[in-house]
Write a protein that binds this ligand. Structure first.
Ligand SMILES: Nc1ncnc2c1ncn2[C@@H]1O[C@H](COP(=O)(O)OP(=O)(O)OP(=O)(O)O)[C@@H](O)[C@H]1O
Ligand SMILES: Nc1ncnc2c1ncn2[C@@H]1O[C@H](COP(=O)(O)OP(=O)(O)OP(=O)(O)O)[C@@H](O)[C@H]1O
Ligand SMILES: [Mg+2]
Ligand SMILES: [Mg+2]
Lengths: 254, 254
């Protein structure tokens, strides 16, 4: 099994949207994917219109429940979900300090290996204890960069944070950045993409870019990944097929 | 002096954009505003195209420097800035635990009262130690809610977090929510605004809404608040005049 963490210091750049739609696309192409939601807000479950009442990861950690009992099946055989579960807001700091050295997630990794080829982890914004814990059990990390000036300006800090964690002994490798919410006809948005293409080493910027598209609001309003929106999914959903193909090759899952 | 914190559990909802443009609009209307950036990413400075090399808040706390020495003047007499300053990424957890009970920020409050009528505090996403510290020294908190389904779904957790902190003794009052990035011609975006108008008590939803507008990308690309973009500011900048007026009345600054 491989493990991939989706992380970013900046908020609202598309971590949850990429996690959900990439997991769905990779599962339709035959990879067994376990999507784990480590964001205390439980955005993955929210994106799927589910109430957060299952025990989820919070139950896995607190009551030592077996993973098999907590996984949520989806309409797709190859995709299972581990939601954050029922976590009281005031318990978030305790969760962050519990996870920050990654030890409790070791059991997640071991039990996930029985059911999945890829463990995909969505994280909250920033590099607090939860994200550091997730990175400590991940082989790779993918950084969504929103094609807007503010998100570009904080990219250096994200790259520094990753380099710093590797300096402290974490093995996680930077897979690269994926450009999200790109508006090709907006000069300020396009300038961000052009700067990434010219500044970053080419192998660290994924070829697939994700355009800003109203279909994403429709999908999250309907509580489904793009691929399940309506009888015929919106044309933009093929972007995640391309992203899935690119990642299969990079992760050695093809 | 009054103090107002801009906070949200969800990332990328417009906290920094509202903080910066509201501070600028209130200062043009005669309120002396100190805008303090408590986000370790230093987004306020990034929005103004500045390098983060000043000591800023990190220097204020670590070296007990006087506030007067750290404030950055702007083109507007009534607006001064306290950037986050030069903070190494690995020092963020220590900052979060240092601030979480708010005590170090007490000195900020006392010294700010000599220079400002309003202390406006931008915070990182989530309700970690830094945001809890900021809330503990704030009279009021304003919650930006992005007019998109995912942001609405996490609003309950934000309201719960505020109620929980008040239960633990914090005096901060919820001023209300401000709808950001509203797309009136997109049914999914409009549905979020309509749900807020029908679900929340009317006094808790500000009358002023902030539309999604490309001018915001131009302004952050140029490193200025909307009011300083180009020879004649874009029409959308009047939205922050209206927001300023509304807040002056609610905060008793008129
Ligand atoms: N390509 C896109 N086009 C249009 N809207 C998008 C796109 N990707 C994401 N969105 C919307 O932008 C908002 C932010 O996306 P999302 O919640 O996935 O970001 P995030 O990085 O997970 O945020 P957080 O920091 O809160 O975890 C959501 O409302 C989502 O529906
Ligand atoms: N009304 C708007 N219309 C269009 N774009 C906007 C608007 N408000 C903010 N933006 C853009 O949306 C992005 C997110 O805004 P911003 O960085 O202010 O959010 P934030 O809540 O401070 O994010 P973080 O959680 O990272 O602190 C930025 O690129 C900003 O320029
Ligand atoms: Mg998310
Ligand atoms: Mg911000």
């Amino acid at each position: 099994m491989k493990s991939l963490c989706i992380a970013s210091a900046k908020g609202g750049v598309g971590k949850t949207t990429v996690s959900l739609n990439l997991a769905y696309a990779m599962a339709t192409r035959g990879t067994r994917v376990l999507l784990a939601d480590l964001d205390p807000q439980g955005a993955v479950a929210h994106s799927l219109g589910r109430r957060e009442l299952e025990p989820g990861l919070a139950g896995f950690l607190a009551q030592e429940l077996p993973l098999e009992e907590l996984l949520l099946k989806t309409r797709l055989d190859g995709l299972s979900l581990l939601p954050m579960g029922d976590l009281a807001v005031e318990d978030t700091p305790a969760l962050a300090s519990m996870l920050s050295d990654g030890a409790p997630l070791g059991r997640l990794l071991r039990e996930a290996a029985d059911v999945a080829d890829l463990l995909l982890i969505d994280t909250p914004c920033g590099f607090g204890g939860i994200t550091r814990g997730a990175l400590s059990v991940s082989d790779h990390v993918l950084l969504p960069v929103q094609a807007e000036p503010l998100s570009l300006r904080t990219l250096d800090q994200t790259l520094e944070a990753i380099a710093g964690l590797r300096g402290q002994g974490l093995a996680v490798e930077l897979l690269g950045v994926v450009i999200t919410m790109l508006q090709q006809r907006d000069p300020d948005s396009l300038a961000v993409a052009e700067e990434l293409w010219s500044r970053m080493p080419p192998e660290l910027v994924l070829d697939t870019t994700i355009p800003r598209d109203k279909a994403f609001l429709r999908a999250s309003g309907a509580g489904v990944p793009l691929g399940l929106l309506g009888r015929r999914p919106p044309p933009v959903h093929v972007v995640f097929d391309r992203l899935a193909q690119e990642l299969e090759a990079r992760l050695g899952l093809d």
